[in-house]
Design a protein around this ligand. Structure first.
Ligand code: AMP
Length: 215
């Protein structure tokens, strides 16, 4: 079960990804999370990318490809993995095939950009667990507190409006090329590539994904 979740930030990939990873017992690998961990630990990569991420620009292909190659080589990926936020460019997609990393499913989450802006700017995160809330669509029981631990929720710096606009601009530049890439891969290499209407209710999307992954 080697799965890629494609789609703009804020389309619910992270939330659905968590569900898929638990159900199929595969690790959810988010390059965004890995890069933020590098920043928090103040390592060499972290220092290089801090500003890029806060501005909502893309980190270089070489850096993310290296991170992903190392991560997928770990033992817990032996039965599969779920990539969330990678690939974001065709060069990154090619990095998988060049390294003989086979992909079974590509699920693309589709949502109009004005809805994405609303979704991301209302997003709140419980950093320790990765639980994701939304001030309007999925509010915590107590304002700005995690439901399970009661710890404070945060808003990521790059979830602020200006940064989100940049992230969507970046996304627009590269996404259509990735769609072409995987449409071709579907024809030639039999990758199962599906598009998902991310505006649907969480449960409906979950059911759709379950159906797809049974195929
Ligand atoms: P995300 O959490 O997936 O929205 O990613 C947050 C930020 O991390 C993005 O806005 C980029 O700056 C960076 N990032 C994450 N994944 C990638 C990637 N595959 N390629 C380049 N930059 C990335």
């Amino acid at each position: 079960m080697r799965i890629i979740l494609l789609g703009a930030p804020g389309t619910g990939k992270g939330t659905q990804g968590k569900y898929i990873a638990e159900k199929y017992k595969i690790p959810q690998i988010s390059t965004g999370d890995m890069l933020r961990e590098s920043i928090d630990s103040k390592n060499k990569i972290g220092m290089m990318i801090k500003n890029i991420i806060e501005e909502g620009k893309l980190v270089s292909d070489d850096i993310v490809c290296e991170l992903i190659k190392k991560r997928i080589a770990k033992k817990d990926c032996i039965n599969g993995f779920l990539l969330d936020g990678f690939p974001r460019t065709v060069k990154q997609a090619c990095c998988l095939s060049k390294n003989k990393i086979k992909i079974d499913y590509v699920l693309e989450f589709i949502m109009p950009h004005h809805s994405i802006l609303e979704r991301i700017s209302g997003r709140r995160i419980h950093v320790q667990s990765g639980r994701i809330y939304h001030v309007k669509f999925n509010p915590p029981k107590n304002k700005d507190k995690d439901d399970i631990t009661g710890e404070p929720l945060i808003q990521r710096k790059d979830d602020k409006l200006e940064s989100v606009k940049n992230r969507l601009e970046e996304y627009k530049k590269t996404h259509h090329l990735l769609v072409e890439y995987y449409t071709y891969e579907k024809k030639i290499n039999n990758i199962k590539y599906f598009q998902i209407n991310a505006m649907n209710e969480f449960l409906l999307i979950k059911e759709k994904i379950d159906m797809i992954l049974k195929k």
